[in-house]
Ligand binder design. Structure first.
Ligand code: RB5
Length: 151
């Protein structure tokens, strides 16, 4: 069965998202487009939370988000337990985000990469595995909040 990949964007990432949805289909994936469905101004967190929630709950193994800088989407997505959302602006970042950080959400900065670059970044991220080993230990430490302020 085709892997379902939730994908979302705000208005800044809307056009590139549409292209990525088509690419995913042609690669044999089942993209789940959670919006936005037009280039009208929207709030990135609305879509970031939908995609990250699906990954966090295990409804999807991985997800894709786009906004202008990638930053707002990453902030929202990374608040979800078990989500490691990586902003990638070139294929090597996407590769390392998989190999070292096991990034399960790819975030594309749509105002800083063109569509063809976006496609290449996504393809690299999709096809690269996690190296495990010492990187698994490091990832495990992300989930502890021993360094944070007491609530
Ligand atoms: C929208 O103008 C822009 O702020 C948004 O796409 C994103 O870059 C936020 O982090």
């Amino acid at each position: 069965m085709a892997e379902t990949i939730p994908i979302g964007a705000d208005h800044a990432g809307f056009e590139m998202k549409n292209r990525l949805v088509e690419e995913l289909k042609s690669m044999g994936y089942a993209p789940e487009d959670v919006g936005a469905y037009s280039a009208e101004s929207t709030d990135y967190a609305d879509f970031g939370h939908i995609v990250a929630d699906k990954v966090s709950r295990g409804e999807a193994k991985r997800g894709i988000l786009l906004c202008g800088t990638g930053l707002g989407m990453a902030y929202a997505a990374n608040r979800h337990h078990g989500v490691r959302a990586a902003v990638a602006w070139e294929p090597d970042i996407a590769r390392l985000a998989r190999e070292h950080n096991d990034a399960n959400v790819l975030v594309l900065p749509s105002r800083f990469v063109n569509t063809e670059e976006g496609v290449q970044i996504m393809k690299t991220w999709l096809s690269t595995g996690f190296e495990g080993g010492r990187h698994a230990r490091r990832i495990a430490k992300i989930e502890t909040d021993s360094g944070s302020n007491p609530r």
